[in-house]
Design a protein around this ligand. Structure first.
Ligand code: 3PG
Ligand code: MG
Length: 408
C-alpha cells in the first residue's frame, strides 16, 4: 500500500490543480538568465500528464531567498517552461491577491499559469505545521479556488514551508510523477539496495557526510564507502596523517575539531568498509603531479584522487550491484583535476551496476561528461536527498502521507 496519493488517484478533468514545483535555479549573476533548466525538464512529465488529463494548472514555485541576489520574480521561469513545454505559460505577477485569483477563476482546461515567487509571501518560510500554514493568507486565498494540490518539489521536500505543506491540510493532495519517482527509487536504494552496494562521497563539504555515512553503515544500506574529495582529506586527517598547510586550511573552513573525533570513531568501527585514497593528484606549480599518501605532507593543493586510487576504486566498484555517487572526486571544473571524476563516473556509467547520482555538483559533473543517459537515476535533490539518505523524515512527504484525502 502506498503511503501517499499519486496522480493516478484523482480525476483531473476540468479541475483546478495547484502544482508546487521546485524551479529554484542557478542564475547568471549579471543577466539573471537561468543557467541550467534541469529542474524544469524533470517536472515536464507531471505537467504534460496534467495537460493531457485536461486539468487547469496553477504552478507555484520559489527562487532564491528574501534578501539574496537571486531572489527574483518567476517571469523567466515561466518563459523557460513555455519553451520546453511548447505550450503557452502565462506568468501572473501576484501570488494570492486579486490578480492571481481572477486569473485562476478564468482558466480553462489544459491551460497553465505560473504565479509569482512564493517566497515574496512573508509567511512562506515560517516553520509551522501543515494545519498552521493552512491558516495563512496564501493558503486561505488560493485553496477555495482549487480542487487538488499536487506536489512535485522533491528538491524542496526537506523544507517545512507554507506552499509546500499548507495545502495538504485543506485539499486532496498527491505526489507528482517526479516526486513519486524520486521517493520510490531512492527509497528502494535506502531500504533494499541490490548488494553489494557502494556509496561514493566526494565534493567540497563533509560535515553532513559523516552522519550520512554512519547511518548508511549502521543500517547496512552501504556495504562499502569510498571517499574522495574533501571528505577523503578529512578522514585521512582523522587518522593522523599530515596533509600540508594548504590542505589543512581548506579543511578548517568546513570542519569543527569535534568532527574528527566522530570520524575516528567511525573509522575504528567500520575500518573494513571505508576506503580512502592511497594517492592524490596535486597542483604543483601549474601542472598536476601524483603523490602517495605515504609521502604527505605536501606544500601543494590536493585537488584530485591519484591514479592508483582510481584503479583501486574501479576494482571495488566492479564487484558492486548498486553504486551511489554523491560529489565529484576532485576539482573537476579544472581539466587537470578532472581525471578522478571522469574515470570513476565513466566506469560506473558503463558498467552494469544500478547507478544513482545526486547533488548539484555531481549532476553537473555527469552532464559535463555526457553520461546522463547511462546513469539509472539522477536525483534533483540536494539538501532533501542528503536528509533522505540520513534516514530523516521529509516534511513534504509526511504532509502528503497525512493529507486531507486518503484513498488507498
Ligand atoms: C534548494 O534548491 O535547495 C531547494 O529549492 C530549497 O531551497 P532553499 O535551500 O533556499 O530552502
Ligand atoms: Mg538549498
Amino acid at each position: 500500500m502506498r503511503e501517499y496519493n499519486t496522480i493516478d488517484d484523482f480525476n483531473f478533468e476540468d479541475k483546478t490543480v495547484l502544482l508546487r514545483v521546485d524551479f529554484n535555479m542557478p542564475l547568471d549573476k549579471n543577466t539573471f538568465e537561468i543557467l541550467d533548466t534541469t529542474r524544469i525538464k524533470r517536472a515536464l512529465p507531471t505537467i504534460k500528464e496534467l495537460i493531457d488529463k485536461k486539468a487547469k494548472i496553477v504552478i507555484l514555485a520559489h527562487q532564491g531567498r528574501q534578501g539574496s541576489w537571486d531572489f527574483i520574480n518567476l517571469q523567466t521561469h515561466a518563459q523557460a517552461l513555455e519553451e520546453l513545454l511548447e505550450k503557452p505559460v502565462r506568468f501572473i505577477d501576484d501570488i494570492y491577491k486579486e490578480k492571481a485569483k481572477d486569473a485562476i477563476k478564468n482558466m480553462h482546461a489544459g491551460e497553465i499559469i505560473m504565479l509569482d515567487n512564493v517566497r515574496k509571501f512573508n509567511g512562506e518560510t515560517d516553520k509551522k505545521t501543515a494545519e498552521e500554514h493552512a491558516q495563512s493568507e496564501l493558503v486561505e486565498n488560493l485553496y477555495p479556488l482549487a480542487d487538488y494540490f499536487v506536489n512535485d518539489a522533491f528538491a524542496a521536500a526537506h523544507r517545512q514551508q507554507c506552499s509546500l505543506i499548507g495545502f495538504t491540510a485543506v485539499l486532496a493532495s498527491c505526489a507528482g510523477r517526479l516526486m513519486e519517482k524520486e521517493l520510490t527509487t531512492l527509497g528502494n536504494i535506502i531500504s533494499n539496495p541490490e548488494k553489494p552496494s557502494v556509496f561514493l562521497f566526494g565534493g567540497a563539504k563533509f560535515s553532513d557526510t559523516i552522519v550520512t555515512i554512519q547511518r548508511l553503515l549502521e543500517k547496512k544500506t552501504a556495504d562499502k564507502i569510498i571517499l574522495t574529495g574533501l571528505p577523503a582529506n578529512a578522514f585521512l586527517k582523522a587518522e593522523g596523517i599530515k596533509l600540508g598547510e594548504k590542505n589543512e586550511e581548506m579543511l578548517a573552513k568546513e570542519g569543527k575539531p569535534e568532527l574528527y573525533e566522530d570520524i575516528k570513531k567511525l573509522l575504528e568501527k567500520y575500518k573494513e568498509n571505508i576506503y580512502l585514497p592511497t594517492d592524490f593528484g596535486q597542483q604543483s606549480n601549474t601542472d598536476r603531479s601524483e603523490i602517495n599518501v605515504s609521502d604527505l605532507p605536501t606544500n601543494y593543493n590536493l585537488f584530485d584522487i591519484g591514479e592508483k586510487s582510481i584503479e583501486n576504486f574501479k576494482s571495488i566498484i566492479s564487484d558492486a550491484k548498486t553504486v551511489f555517487l554523491s560529489g565529484p572526486c576532485g576539482v573537476f571544473e579544472n581539466p587537470e583535476f578532472m581525471k578522478g571524476t571522469q574515470e570513476i563516473f565513466t566506469y560506473v556509467a558503463n558498467s552494469p551496476v544500478y547507478s544513482i547520482v545526486g547533488g548539484g555538483h555531481t549532476v553537473a559533473a555527469v552532464e559535463k561528461l555526457g553520461l546522463n543517459q547511462q546513469i539509472n537515476h539522477i536525483s534533483t535533490g540536494g539538501g532533501s536527498l542528503e536528509k533522505f539518505m540520513m534516514g530523516e523524515k521529509l516534511p513534504v512527504v509526511e504532509a502528503l502521507k497525512n493529507a486531507k484525502n486518503k484513498f488507498s
